[in-house]
Design a binder for this molecule. Sequence first.
Ligand SMILES: *[C@@H]1O[C@H](CO)[C@@H](O)[C@H](O)[C@H]1NC(C)=O
Ligand SMILES: *[C@@H]1O[C@H](CO)[C@@H](O)[C@H](O)[C@H]1NC(C)=O
Length: 351
Amino acid sequence: MCSQKWPSVCSIKWILLFCLCFGLLLSWFAIKGNRCHPNIAMPYTLHSNSNERSSLVNFLQDGKLPRILYDKPDIFKPRRIDVLSITPWLAPIVWNGTFNRDILNAQFHQREVRIGLTVFAIKKYVIFIKKFIESAEKFFMVGHKVNYYVFTDRVNEISNFTLAEGRHMVILEVPAYERWQDVTMRRMEMIRDFSIKQFVNDVDYLACVDVDMEFLDDVGVEILSKVFGALHPGFFSHTRREFTYERRPQSKAYIPFEAGDFYYAGGYFGGVVEEVVKLTNYCHHAMLADKQQNIEALWHDESYLNKYFLLYKPTKILSPEYIWNNYYGSPASIQTKRFLGVNKKYEEVRF
Ligand SMILES: *[C@@H]1O[C@H](CO)[C@@H](O)[C@H](O)[C@H]1NC(C)=O
Ligand SMILES: *[C@@H]1O[C@H](CO)[C@@H](O)[C@H](O)[C@H]1NC(C)=O
């Protein structure tokens, strides 16, 4: 049907067809080219492929953070539903399973944080220091800079330990009070004084714990906060009325039956050094004021600590995993016992 005249309708048809094919060919090459050269690909491709992974690596390296891949936190999936993991004043309560230690370690390594651990090995309590330090080397703040501050009246009986890199022991000679009640209460004064004089220059955070204990599982930077305390293993499921707060209104440690959040353990508190100074100073002065009136709070330093935490709420609270005693058995909510009271014949070490 084509006529022989040039340019005819027929040849225009062929030209259009040719252009169409050429155009299709060009766009096919363009798409293929993009696939091969990620640098000119659209930056917002959503496909999970090797390009995306390499850009994630670049992103992580830009921030000078180690490569950590972890599951996205899910708003509709709380990590624990059997226990309270936040207080009404929005302080986290630290339970196993609620945190990712890799993320926390990366954040705290970035800040090159230094941690002091204070412990009192007075009189016969020096026998506990060996197990305490050896277990702390395995489980306490592994990979971070740690100073052990050992307060003792028996310097010569503290054995020589081999500590991992970045970890040091500082032995502080202090007097031993006659009564064990004074030994325990005077810890507040000594921690305060050495914090002002020394710790504030050496470390960022302090953790102040009992020595007749042993670490059995990791205790890391998840405990750190401006000021923290720990739930006493004997009272975390009890009512206010059952808490063994000081109940005499004349005492500085007095807490009425209608008040109180938790019963905190006397053998575990800490925070940034400045906050530990405020806490220990408060407890020491409250104790001295009571002494003037011939009052000694029911549970000594623990009673004053509970009063302090009622008035000045801690910014983080450790679950009883962090200060357990097998005397209280093994309830299901305690998935791991990180720091455990050493079985001792009580009378043998009381002095
Ligand atoms: C503690 O939590 C971790 C998750 O962070 C979990 O894998 C582990 O099983 C928990 N431990 C126990 C004894 O449930
Ligand atoms: C620790 O080592 C020092 C000297 O390096 C020594 O004088 C001291 O007796 C040792 N202490 C113990 C308890 O072995």
